[in-house]
Design a protein around this ligand. Structure first.
Ligand code: PBG
Length: 330
């Protein structure tokens, strides 16, 4: 049976009917707010290509988390910008490192309920800007795993609930899981950057984190944007190694990947709405070319509809303020 018996418009006629028929919900509890914390600054430094985002000082980080909690957010992921970089990225696992100190400070300030995640990578900490240990001009996978193990334990020690390895080394999830378990941190979860593509959408982040590679690029470890089946393979491998959550990154040009991973893995799926995606919305809105609030709702709904349960997004705080109104929208 078709028209005139079938009339989909019936359920669009009034706000109450539209709300009943709505298939996808957005909640503040779905959002994770990424924050940058920079060592040795007293004032937050605005990030040019990410309007509204800052390289925080330790104090401004605490204030930002405090106001975000008031806005209804509960989860944060930290990226550190150390004062000193070296070949091995040793600040990444220093117990006095900027992320370690920030985690401890946030835990002390906000107690057990705040969810604290730590990105685990070397690119912000190495002088060459690559995500691993470089030997003879190339990233050495297995030497890097040894360093990742140390970073994971130091982040757990400092109070991270969730460790997010983002370097795309083979075996990184298994290596981190065994290191955490061996150090008594069986209770800490791993958010695996399972399908992380070699993407130009990370441009603003590299400015924010000072993490652009000084030679070559990341195509030897991050994924080819042309591949979907490989993403499913990566996610399955990570689950087998002990990942608690698998993530797809970036989000918007990869919605089919989110869907594919969600259909083939039983763990929750996260998506990273990355810096370049944020920058595009902000730039178009600043020019008056799009209605920012409505575009943001569609961006987040699209990512959820594709199959992501949680979304890492720089829009988290503004979305938290808008979500109650969106949910009222008929
Ligand atoms: C570090 C890392 C990157 C991002 C998150 N973790 C950058 C990269 O791989 O170059 C990108 C996040 C964003 O663009 O918002 N490996």
């Amino acid at each position: 049976m078709s028209y005139p018996v079938q009339r989909p418009r019936r359920l669009r006629a009034r706000p109450g009917l539209r709300r009943l028929a709505r298939e996808t919900q957005l909640g503040v509890e779905d959002l994770v707010y990424p924050l940058f914390v920079r060592e040795d600054v007293d004032e937050p430094e605005p990030i040019d290509a990410m309007p509204g985002q800052f390289q925080h000082s330790m104090d401004s980080l605490v204030r930002e988390v405090e106001s975000s909690l008031r806005a209804g957010l509960q989860s944060f992921i930290l990226f550190g910008i150390p004062a000193r970089k070296d070949r091995e990225g040793s600040q990444a696992w220093d117990e006095r490192g900027v992320v370690q100190r920030s985690l401890t400070r946030l835990r002390e300030s906000f107690g057990p309920d705040v969810v604290l995640m730590a990105d685990l990578c070397l690119c912000e900490y190495t002088d060459h800007g690559h995500c691993g240990i470089v030997e003879d001009g190339a990233v050495d996978n297995d030497a890097t795993l040894e360093v990742y193990r140390r970073i994971a334990v130091s982040q757990a020690q400092a109070g991270a609930d969730v460790i997010g390895p983002s370097g795309m080394m083979d075996g990184q999830v298994g290596a981190i899981r065994s290191a955490l378990d061996g150090a008594g941190f069986q209770d800490r979860a791993i958010l695996a950057y399972a399908a992380k593509y070699a993407s130009a959408f990370y441009g603003p982040f590299r400015e924010a984190a000072g993490s652009a590679p000084q030679f070559g690029d990341r195509r030897g470890y991050q994924m080819d944007p042309a591949n979907l089946r490989e993403a499913v393979r990566e996610a399955r491998l990570d689950v087998a190694e002990g990942a608690d959550v698998v993530m797809v990154k970036p989000a918007l040009a990869y919605l089919d990947v989110i869907r594919g991973v969600a259909q083939s893995c039983e763990v929750p799926v996260a998506a990273y709405n990355v810096s370049g995606e944020y920058a595009m919305v902000k730039a178009a809105a600043a020019n008056g070319w799009v209605d920012e609030r409505r575009v943001l709702r569609e961006v987040l709904l699209g990512i959820r509809r594709a199959g992501a349960q949680m979304i890492l997004t720089y829009h988290a705080k503004e979305a938290a303020a808008q979500i109650p109104c969106w949910n009222e929208l008929g």
